[in-house]
Design a protein around this ligand. Structure first.
Ligand SMILES: Nc1ncnc2c1ncn2[C@@H]1O[C@H](COP(=O)(O)OP(=O)(O)OP(=O)(O)O)[C@@H](O)[C@H]1O
Ligand SMILES: O=C(O)C[C@@H](O)[C@H](O)C(=O)CO
Length: 646
């Protein structure tokens, strides 16, 4: 029995429901080689209708997905990731008896994209008509059905039922012909990438859905299979004889052409929109992005030329990137793309890539209170000073810190921890099951010029970190440092930023200037300007508290000038007494980019010393850590509330 989970997170009305396959794409990370020679794979959300649901959500459509996923890690990932993308997941059924589908993909050369489907008896192909919840369909104005699924009787019945319900309520049915011969048993199992094998049976099955359709989208080859002939105009006319739907033919680099009525003798005489020919990096997913872009226009009643333009732009952006779903454009990104001029090798545009990253980042953290306990040398010093304790004890204490945060936060995602991999590895592992924000230091403690822990290749170190660990790097940086010191630190910061983007980790840059020179109202703003000038866009800044409002105003203005989408600033503590931290919080709180704090020793130093000396036990330590954290968190929230009130 499949499990229906109540994930009706909202009862909002939906623009679009997509129906069909949802799987994992394992995407070869090496470019230009055979799948045989791939060494590593990136894990992404995949499956054509799922990609379109993500693409549509990023463009501002309210989307939902009807599918089945396995009761396995990948199935859970799909549900979690789609929820993060803003796709409603209440129609995603967990199938206890089947595994989540899998596709392995590679970028061999600009014309070859090997693809292997692992989808025999997989969860999404077991979708049945009973899985269609009329109440969910009733909330939407359009349904997207994919042709590939019509190869399975159960999925066919599910698609038909959903489409009939949609029609009955006056909604619109969209058909992505989406022909994958291998899934009809017409190509060898290893040739998932084959796009065309003529088959009267497939044509007949696909045509059964035509009377229900309002919009039909396909490549020329897909038009051929649906129309039953390899003459494109004749195929379009054969389709037109069976439906009044708007027909859209995708033409790769040439864009697309649409036929709202009769089909002219030449394809070029249909309706077209602006195209964006760019250098092909990866065509996989372009069609799904195209569909999302087209629907963003069509479901908002924009002119047909505009629908085609939006679709072409979305397709082009995906052609320039690795991955299908993660490559989809946000609405803001699309606007900037449409308004600008770009290199033919689109992926060379750092501006677009940064915009893509920052406008598609998941979850807002508008309020963040973090216990920073990533200290390493300070714990070594403490042990040496007290003459008690060892690395094992420190590791245990870091677990207590996690317990303290959990006790205080009780699942509230506004809390977090900074934990290191040296003493905090066990706590980091335990934190994986909890919902809190996790930051992790990469810097060699106290290093200046900044050096990184682990491999000399920092990207190699980050590859071993779970994707949700925010990379924190403390740099002792003063704008008046000598030129050589600055140049060496700049190179390292740039290297780290590049590594973070490569491995898809968020980056928190902590700047401490006060230890290496005088600090006035524009010292930190000068550092911030300089860092952006390097082409480095930290997701987060961690900055020293100051009671000088001009300094805060200058820092905030510098960040907003370069990166209005920056997640924000958290305050650091520098071991200051509690009252001083509270005063620092109060001074910073009026500035909207300040999102909270990441404070350590003020919260844990005395508790750690007493615990190491065995003056308090584990529970006592957790209690005191919780109490100290609570004072600062309450102080922050009170200050933040008065900001909101002002
Ligand atoms: N080289 C390119 N330059 C610009 N735009 C492109 C390029 N290739 C594809 N596109 C855009 O993406 C759209 C879809 O691409 P394509 O025709 O390859 O679809 P598809 O075969 O369905 O893709 P998929 O691999 O996702 O199945 C095109 O209609 C066009 O708008
Ligand atoms: O649609 C599929 O099943 C294949 C995908 O997993 C992949 O995302 C793709 O090729 C999208 O067109």
């Amino acid at each position: 029995m499949a499990e229906h989970i109540d994930r009706s997170e909202s009862q909002r009305s939906l623009d679009l429901i997509t129906l069909g396959r949802a799987g994992i794409d394992l995407y070869g990370e090496q470019i230009g080689g055979r799948l045989e020679d791939m060494a590593s794979f990136a894990k992404y959300v995949g499956g054509s209708p799922t990609n379109t649901a993500v693409g549509g959500a990023r463009l501002g459509l309210n989307t939902a997905l009807i599918t089945r996923v396995g009761h396995d890690h990948f199935g859970h990932f799909l549900i979690e990731e789609l929820a993060r993308e803003g796709v409603e997941t209440s129609g995603m059924i967990v199938d206890p008896d089947r595994l989540t589908a899998l596709a392995v993909l590679g970028i061999r050369d600009p014309d070859t994209f090997p693809l292997i489907f692992f989808r025999e008896n997989c969860a999404d192909m077991a979708l049945t008509a009973e899985d269609i919840d009329p109440a969910l369909i009733a909330r939407a104005r359009a349904l997207l059905v994919n042709g590939t699924h019509l190869s399975q009787p159960g999925v066919f019945a599910a698609s038909l039922k959903a489409a009939e319900l949609m029609k009955a309520q006056g909604g619109q049915v969209v058909f992505d012909i989406d022909y994958r011969p291998v899934l009809w048993g017409l190509a060898s199992k290893a040739n998932g990438e084959d796009r065309f094998v003529a088959s009267g049976r497939v044509t007949q099955e696909l045509q059964r859905i035509l009377p229900l359709c309002d919009l039909i989208v396909g490549t020329e080859e897909e038009i051929h299979i649906l129309g039953g002939t390899t003459d494109t105009v004749a195929a379009l006319r054969a389709i037109r004889a069976r439906t009044t739907a708007l027909l859209v033919c995708k033409r790769g680099a040439e864009g697309c052409v649409a036929f709202p009525g009769g089909v002219p003798d030449s394809l070029d005489d249909g309706v077209v929109g602006r195209g964006f020919p760019i250098e092909v990096f990866n065509v996989l997913g372009a069609g799904d992005a195209f569909m999302a872009g087209f629907l963003r226009g069509w479901l908002r009643d924009l002119p047909l030329e505009t629908c085609c333009e939006l679709a072409n732009a979305c397709g082009a952006l995906v052609v320039s990137r690795h991955g299908c779903a993660p490559a989809m454009a946000s609405w803001d990104e699309l606007q900037v793309f449409l308004a600008g001029t770009w290199p033919h090798r689109l992926r060379d545009s750092a501006e677009l890539e940064q915009l893509h990253w920052s406008s598609n980042r998941h979850l807002d953290h508008d309020d963040l209170t973090v216990l920073a306990i990533d200290h390493r040398s300070q714990f070594e010093d403490l042990i040496a000073e007290l003459g008690v304790g060892d690395a094992k004890a420190v590791a245990h204490f870091k677990n207590l810190a996690l317990k303290a945060v959990d006790r205080m936060a009780k699942g509230d995602r506004r809390y977090g921890l900074l934990l290191d991999g040296r003493f905090g590895a066990r706590a980091l592992e335990a934190a994986a099951d909890l919902p809190y924000w996790i930051g992790r230091p990469i810097e060699e403690p106290g290093s200046r010029p900044i050096a990184f822990e682990g491999s000399p290749d920092v990207a190699a170190t980050l590859r071993e970190w779970p994707i949700n660990h925010v990379v924190k790097c403390l740099v002792f940086y003063h704008p008046d440092d000598d030129a050589e010191m600055r140049a060496r630190q700049d190179r390292q910061i740039l290297r780290l930023f590049d590594a973070c983007r490569t491995t898809r980790h968020e980056f928190l840059l902590e700047i401490i200037a006060s230890k290496h020179g005088p600090v006035d109202s524009d010292t930190i703003a000068r550092v911030i300007d300089h860092v952006y000038g390097l082409g480095v866009y930290p997701d987060w800044w961690k900055l020293e508290p100051t009671s000088d409002p001009q300094a805060w105003a200058a820092s905030q203005a510098a960040i907003l000038r370069h990166d209005p989408r920056c997640r924000g600033i958290v305050l650091l503590g520098l071991s200051a007494p509690q009252e001083e931290i509270l005063a620092g919080i109060a001074a910073a709180a009026p500035f909207s980019l300040v999102k909270g704090f990441a404070v350590g020793r003020t919260i844990f130093q005395d508790v750690a010393a007493r615990w190491l000396r065995q003056e308090i036990d584990d529970d006592g330590a957790v209690q005191q850590l919780t109490a100290n954290l609570r004072v600062l968190a309450d102080g922050w929230r009170a200050a933040r509330d008065s900001r909101a009130a002002a």
